[in-house]
Design a protein around this ligand. Structure first.
Ligand code: ZN
Length: 269
């Protein structure tokens, strides 16, 4: 028992071990007698110790037992190894203290629940934030795309191509081809290709005998509309004689397998 200095309360060092129920009978009686005198420091320390015990019971990682408490724990473990009639903490803690223990346990449980609900809130906030970022990213991409399409449509340097249909009753398709921003083709009131078949764009080279260069595939939406942006055409304006659109199996073809449904000459500027 350390009794260094008159200022220091010797009972204070026993409080943690007391809360754990690891004091021997003599120490326990002496500390209880001391607590009964109404020592504010020890009462406060006991409250904290009980909180700590409850935190240990909840395995809260934040609980940090003092060196003194660890020592007492070791002593208890050693004592239990030596004696068979060791008292448990339940019998060592006097009955009048159980109200305080219950209150502290309740507080710990409350904190645990609070922490859990806080984690849920953080997760939800994080998810909402991610959604927001994704939405902004998507909006930014859509905006960039819309801006690009608008530039292709309005730039006087874009080549305009009208693609009449080879089939009666089908509307013309309209093409704007910007040398650097790409090809934009749009149409409406189109019947959907049968089954999973798709429409495919071809660039017909000026070079005599050269094969059509395959480009993107597309399908009109349920309203029969489509807008196709070819950001990186597979061939240059100057090398292209005409554009054509055929119906192809799903995924497109390396070479046209049907005759074009639409075709239009590219008249360079
Ligand atoms: Zn005291």
């Amino acid at each position: 028992m350390s009794k260094e200095g008159a200022i220091r309360d010797p009972f204070r060092e026993l409080v943690e071990a007391y809360a754990l129920g690891s004091l021997d009978a003599e120490e326990r009686v002496r500390l209880e007698a001391h607590l009964a005198t109404g020592c504010v420091d020890c009462a406060k320390a006991l409250g904290e110790a009980l909180w700590l015990v409850s935190q240990l019971a909840c395995l809260a990682p934040a609980a940090q037992p003092s060196a003194m408490l660890r020592g007492r724990l070791l002593k208890t473990v050693r004592g239990q190894a030596q004696q068979s009639d060791v008292q448990t903490s339940a019998t060592t803690i006097p009955s009048w203290m159980w109200g305080a223990v219950a209150a502290v346990m309740l507080l710990a449980l409350y904190n645990f629940r609070e922490a859990r609900s806080l984690r849920v809130t953080i997760r939800q906030t994080q998810a909402a934030l991610n959604e927001q970022v994704a939405f902004q990213k998507k909006s930014a991409q859509e905006l960039a795309l819309a801006r690009r399409e608008a530039l292709i449509l309005t730039d006087p340097r874009s080549i305009k191509v009208v693609m009449p249909s080879t089939r009666t009753g089908l509307p013309d398709l309209h093409v704007s081809w910007h040398a650097t921003l790409g090809i934009l083709i749009s149409g409406e009131k189109l019947p959907p290709p049968s089954g999973t078949r798709t429409l495919q764009l071809w660039l017909i080279p000026k070079v005599v005998g050269a094969k059509p260069v395959p480009s993107l595939t597309f399908r009109p939406d349920s309203d029969g509309k489509f807008q196709l942006l070819v950001e990186n055409p597979p061939d240059a304006q100057l090398d292209t004689k005409a554009l054509a659109i055929t119906e192809e199996p799903e995924g497109g073809s390396p070479q046209p397998t049907t005759t074009p449904i639409w075709a239009g000459s590219v008249a360079g500027k």
